[in-house]
Design a protein around this ligand. Structure first.
Ligand SMILES: Cc1ncc(COP(=O)(O)O)c(C=O)c1O
Length: 393
């Protein structure tokens, strides 16, 4: 993988050491150009609403984007790919769209991002579902015995993070899918930190639903994906009702569109939709296996240099932490570290990274997360290591 040539495609990498890609990735020129092209060349509604020349052009770009996501995930049909605002909206669509009732049970891990925690807490409050979390072992891996203990005939959906934004560990998705299915439950994966970083095949895994954000995988901001098995997407209710989401209406009756249109009511984020394909193309051109290997190399370097100096959140073995290096220092608080690193143009995420529940349970203020991506270099990691060492005096 030629990182130097990749870096030429991205803005700001020469000015900053950007280690916050788990939050939002940078975008290559091809994606920025596609957004610009939308505004300059066909800044209109898509063809569901209008069928003039310019809207037809936009419709074509969106269709190509949907097709490229289908291909990326190895989904069976493009109708299984609904565009949303982000991972959060995708998970909420399933949580609120499934017909969950009092007594139905939902399982997640005990280190979910708020996006896969709050919807279930709210469903517990509002609909009386039972919501339980499966424990993580001390080595950061999911406790499969606890999962087997908690899966019973009441479980309707097992919804779990694939790769954790907290510690980079990855749940054994296909094993979990099998356990869920043996118990007649659905399986949803939060792929926000996996889809951008390694090959994810929904058929191999046996995922019924998969949520992720295009803006974390080189794509434009404010765009996510909900993958769902076709029959299941037909079954669930959309979050939003309105124009574009219906086939027809009478004064007292509305017939919803089929999937995915029923999930995309109201005017959409067209500029971003027009830039999905260039983002997916870029990732496919570099190759997700190469991206995964590169991130691991950077994580190994950071770990070797810093394992005795900082407290790593999650397993010490970098092979288990993908491109995430989240740490604490006894000598300095996480917000102080973020500011000190910022003075050196090293951009980290400090705080609780939207996994407040985990930090609060463990009585910790927060951590500093360096998350690596395809445009980061070993030199950047060395600089990061040097600055950390200098903070220790
Ligand atoms: C594991 C995980 N799930 C969900 C989300 C939420 O993503 P978004 O804010 O794009 O909805 C994130 C964002 O960092 C994440 O890392």
């Amino acid at each position: 993988m030629d990182v130097e040539s990749i870096r030429k495609d991205f803005p700001v990498v020469d000015e900053y050491i950007y280690f916050d890609s788990a939050c939002l990735s940078l975008k290559p020129h091809s994606v920025i150009e596609a957004v610009k092209r939308y505004y300059w060349e066909f800044p209109v509604c898509e063809g569901k609403r209008s069928s003039h020349t310019l809207s037809t052009r936009l419709t074509r770009e969106i269709k190509k984007g949907r097709e490229s996501v289908r291909d990326l995930l190895n989904a069976s049909e493009t109708d299984e790919i609904a565009f949303t605002k982000n991972t959060t909206e995708s998970i909420n669509t399933v949580a609120r769209g499934l017909d969950l009732r009092k007594g139905d049970k939902v399982l997640t891990t005990d280190k979910e991002h708020n996006s896969n925690l709050v919807p279930w807490i709210k469903m517990k409050e509002k609909r009386g579902i039972k919501y339980e979390q499966v424990a993580t072992n001390d080595d950061g891996e999911l406790n499969m015995d606890d999962l087997k203990d908690k899966v019973d005939e009441d479980v309707k959906i097992v919804s779990m993070v694939h790769t954790s934004n907290l510690d980079g560990t990855t749940t054994p998705a296909s094993q979990i899918a099998d356990i869920a299915h043996e118990n007649d439950a659905y399986f949803m994966l939060d792929g926000a930190q996996s889809v951008p970083h390694r090959p994810v095949d929904v058929k191999d895994i046996g995922a019924d639903f998969l949520a992720f954000s295009v803006h974390k995988m080189l794509g434009p901001t404010g765009l996510g994906v909900l993958y769902g098995r076709k029959d299941l997407l037909e079954e669930i209710e959309p979050l939003t009702y309105g124009g574009g989401g219906v086939k027809s209406t009478k004064y007292d009756e509305a017939t919803l569109q089929d999937s995915p249109a029923k999930f995309e009511a109201g005017l959409q984020n067209f500029a971003s939709l027009a830039a999905v394909k260039p983002a997916v193309d870029y990732i496919q051109k570099i190759g997700l296996k190469n991206i995964e290997k590169h991130e691991l190399k950077l994580n190994k370097l950071a770990t070797e240099e810093l394992r005795d100096l900082v407290n790593i959140i999650g397993p010490e073995d970098p092979e288990k932490r993908s491109g995430i290096f989240n740490f604490q220092m006894d000598q300095l608080g996480c917000h102080e570290i973020t500011l000190l690193m910022d003075e050196e143009n090293i951009l980290l995420r400090g705080g609780q990274q939207c996994v407040h529940s985990w930090y609060s349970f463990h009585g910790l203020e927060g951590g500093n997360r360096a998350s690596f991506y395809l445009y980061n270099t070993e030199e950047e990691v060395k600089k990061f290591v040097d600055v950390i060492k200098s903070l220790l005096g």
